[in-house]
Write a protein of this length. Sequence first.
Length: 387
Amino acid sequence: MSSVGIGQRPQNRRQQVVKFLWIGIWLAYLSAPVGDLLHGGHSDGVRVLGWIGLVAFVAWYFALVFRTGRGETNGVVLGSVAVLAAQSTVLALTLGREWLVLFVYVAISSGAALPFHLARWTIPAVSALLTGVAFVVPGGTSFLWGLLFPALLGGFSMTGVRQLIRTTIELREARATVAHLAANEERLRLARDLHDLLGHSLSLITLKSELAGRMLPGHPEKAAQQVADIEQVSRQALVDVREAVTGYRRPRLTAELAGAKVALTAAGVTAGLPAEDPDLSGVPEESESALAWALREAVTNVVRHSGAGRCTVDLVRRQTLDGPVLELSVEDNGSGGAGNGPGNGLTGLTERLEKAGGTLEAGGSRQGFRLVARVPAGPAADVGSAP
């Protein structure tokens, strides 16, 4: 950024210049002390001391405002404000009422440099000190009302500006955190998609490659068909990966059922699948997509890990108290289990189903291994309505 606000530390030379100019504009109100030194009839020695006092005050004021936000303790800032207040008191008492304006700068620097729980006390304290000195300095009461209100208003305005800047910084940090979390979620989604896509496709390519190798000596025509299938699967895998990367891939349950039959048959597993295409009327796209991923992951695990000779896939629609659900069950008679806890595939699958409002159950059965995935198949049912 090219600008910097009160309460923020300048990060580069440009910001330092901008902040210096912004603070320097308000030094125009020091025209009264400067005019007093030039035309107030003071002796040369008093003028020299007056100029030294004014330069010291401005230098300390700049140092306090410029160092705001650099991590100083409240005690150090309070001490700096006290030094400014002491300088203002000495100069006003010794040089006259024109120097009472310095208290306005003390109040403003207090509001700009101190947190509100301290500034709410220091600003009235500086204003009270201004009032006391004004009653002591000859003719000071005529300047008092013109300075007391700017001191209070300017000081408390700076506390509001400081809080506004702090809130802006917190919002920027929160926005950065949200962006980081969104990036992590997108990376997790991409990892799940690539795992599901490549795991299934590469397993099928491996199986068909093995079949082609065995068929090549005696049945070159059948081997050529397997090679053609490998090419088709590879091309489809490439398309799926590209769509997954762009975030537009939504697998369809009907296509996954057809793909499951091809994969199981190629692996020598007897496939028992629904005879007809499933009725997906009223099923949300998110639910269908999650169930399609579940079928793909389940079939991939059967082909790669189970050693099963038979796999049964059922898809039924059930009515529950929470509304209609679509239930997918994949059961095999293999010896392979879930291993030592859920792997990346089942973990990612559980996350997908939970996002769609569904559930996943996976574990051993009497025959082998069974996976059951459920997703909402329509709007939630009204519990109070008649069945």
